[in-house]
Design a protein around this ligand. Structure first.
Ligand code: ADE
Ligand code: ZN
Length: 326
């Protein structure tokens, strides 16, 4: 058994079709535009983002969000995950009529419930949505910096990478950095290697969401290695969203070979018919990674996690103890 840890999962994108249908019944909403036959329906990145927004709009109360986080993390623990960072989006909560703080407290409550049931440790990475614009992302950063929630340990940016210039978001990340939050930013998914370089130059994060397109520039790969930047790789997402046509074209093995620090993640699991367990399975089946390498990817995730030293030590100990016990 390989223990797992996840650094890159959008909590609204993790809502299972069953849970979304039950929310839709609760609020009397028709979901046939984006959910049919018990599965999400979309056809490209733009329509995926619309389906994501539509599902998110069905989570409106504190209990809705607590249930969402509890449901996701409990399932993750069932796949032998010991740690999970969820990307949260206060903008989506506000659009659904809930305050940022109530939303964050509710997700924190869901994380605590899952920990009580299963032992899984969780943290919250507040994200801004790039295509909502720089001032919305700064507002999200100001919220993350000021909210004081003990599980909020990081700040990130998701959304459409093709929108705007990463320089416009520097201020948001400065606000988060000054507050002591860990930083991660989506780049190198739809934006090409240039977007990874721009993220390194302007944001200086310790982690990059995706980052896989860096492979197109060997000097940049070298820089990622030199600067110890960790990539939150989401293989199934990349195939389903057509960043790569097939697993044979996916650069994860080459990034590893070059010495990049890589982790495995599910991104928006039910949208992509995946789960963290499935990502590990794909890495084994399509990239030929054995248990020792998969274990090292989990270790990389623990080393790159936005947690205090005591928690990191405990997670490391859990990982090592389970491996020795095999
Ligand atoms: N938001 C949710 N999933 C995303 C992805 N794969 N890329 C960018 N933004 C997202
Ligand atoms: Zn993502």
């Amino acid at each position: 058994m390989v223990l797992k840890a996840e650094l890159h999962c959008h909590i609204e994108g993790a809502a299972s079709p069953e849970l979304v249908l039950s929310q839709a019944r609760k609020y009397g909403v028709d979901t046939s535009d984006f959910l049919r036959g018990g599965a999400y329906h979309w056809h490209d990145f733009t329509s995926f983002l619309s389906a994501y927004d539509a599902a998110a709009s069905l989570f409106r109360s504190e209990e809705d969000y607590a249930l969402l986080a509890e449901d996701y993390l409990t399932g993750l623990a069932g796949e032998d995950a010991i740690y999970s960072e969820i990307f949260t989006s206060p903008d989506h909560a506000e659009r659904a009529g809930l305050s940022r703080m109530a939303y964050t407290n509710a997700l924190g409550e869901g994380i605590e419930r899952a920990r009580t049931k299963t032992g899984i440790e969780g943290r919250i990475i507040v994200t801004g949505v790039r295509h909502f614009g720089a001032s919305a992302v700064e507002d999200a950063a100001r919220f993350a910096a000021a909210c004081g929630h003990p599980l909020v340990t990081g700040f990130g940016m998701a959304g459409d990478e093709r929108f705007g210039n990463v320089r416009d978001y520097e201020k948001a990340f400065e606000i988060a950095r000054e507050a002591g939050l860990g930083l991660t930013v989506h780049a190198g998914e739809f934006g090409g290697w240039e977007s990874v370089e721009a993220a390194l130059n302007h944001i200086r994060p310790t982690r990059i969401g995706h980052g896989v397109r860096a492979i197109e520039n060997p000097d940049l790969v070298h820089r990622l290695v030199e600067e110890n930047v960790v990539l939150e790789v989401c293989p199934v997402s990349n195939i389903v969203l057509n960043v790569y046509p097939d697993y044979a074209s996916h650069p994860l093995p080459d990034l590893l070979e070059a010495g990049c620090r890589v982790t495995l993640n599910s991104d928006d699991p039910p949208h992509f018919h995946t789960s963290l367990g499935h990502e590990y399975h794909v890495a084994r089946a399509h990239f030929g990674l054995d248990d020792a390498i998969l274990h090292s990817l989990t270790r990389t995730a623990i080393e790159a996690a936005f947690v205090d030293d005591t928690t990191r030590r405990r997670l490391r100990d859990t990982l090592d103890a389970k491996t020795v016990a095999q």
